[in-house]
Design a protein around this ligand. Structure first.
Ligand code: HPA
Length: 264
């Protein structure tokens, strides 16, 4: 593998997707000003060099609220990554969505409480635009490719991100439903925000692992893990096809996210 060659695409694996995406890969750990991310693997999909980062660590040992999201995103930034495809397990609030379905959200609501959600705590004061929260170019390809592969996919959804690690109460889920949320997860924020702050494209591919609290009788981690075993192979297929079909050059606003984000 040519070392000077840039790694332009990253896959962040969520629950159930801790194992590396490629057959041959090089594993490494990089330091950042924000701490150290879990070990990352660099391999190839077709001709494209891709980095894989397991969000919860290779053994799923990090709960959502303790993940070092800044170190994760900054690690990818240091490698020169321009696009991130992220996977997340979610609970369905929308009654039309069912366990096993794929969802490509178009928007999110942040209900996290304790996370550091920005790289810009100091000057220059920076306000990134989130009118279009996820990369439109990657979202479109994820949906098109899922349909081509014959996978059941919802092409619009509002994702609410909770702090966790507990699941929600039925009253919380009812509140989120009234607010217009379709799916609930614990890891979508601040990942999407931090990526945009570094002008990296970001789009999530979620899978429904359960109906949210109050819709089904009880929630168990075992159930989430069972559904993930069925769905993750399909998501891998979808990710491979999407990496193969992404145009080399970015045709989206994400690359210029900082252009109008500062007062001076
Ligand atoms: N709530 C929050 N996060 C989740 C859920 C849920 O129901 N299912 C999978 N991740």
């Amino acid at each position: 593998m040519e070392n000077s060659e840039k790694v332009r695409i990253a896959v962040i694996g969520g629950t159930g997707f801790e194992k590396v995406l490629f057959k041959e890969f090089e594993q490494l750990r990089l330091g950042t000003p924000y701490g150290v991310a879990p070990p990352i693997s660099i391999g190839r999909i077709g001709r494209e060099k891709v980095v894989f980062l397991p969000r919860h660590g290779p053994e799923h040992s990090l709960p959502p609220h303790t993940i070092n999201y800044k170190a994760n995103i900054y690690t990818l930034y240091q490698l020169g990554v321009e696009r991130i495809l992220a996977t997340n397990a979610v609970g369905a609030i929308n009654l039309n969505f069912k366990p096993g379905d794929l969802v490509v959200p178009h928007d999110f609501i942040d209900f996290t409480k304790l996370r550091s959600t920005t790289f810009y705590d100091e000057e220059p004061v920076t306000h990134v635009d989130f009118s279009q929260p996820y990369c439109p170019e990657i979202r479109k390809l994820l949906v098109e490719n899922a349909e081509k592969l014959g996978l059941k996919v919802w092409d619009r959804a509002v994702l609410v991100c909770t702090e966790g690690p507990r699941y929600e109460t039925p009253a919380e889920i009812e509140m989120f439903r009234r607010l217009g949320c379709d799916v609930v997860g614990m890891t979508g924020v601040p990942e999407a925000v931090l990526a945009r702050e570094l002008e990296i494209c970001y789009a999530p591919i979620c899978y429904v692992s359960n109906m949210a609290a109050g819709i089904q009788e009880r929630l168990t981690a075992l159930e989430v893990s069972k559904v993930s075993k069925q769905v993750i192979p399909k998501i891998k297929q979808l990710l491979i096809k999407t990496v193969e079909t992404l145009p080399h050059k970015r045709n989206c606003p994400c690359a210029h996210a900082l252009e109008h984000a500062r007062f001076r």
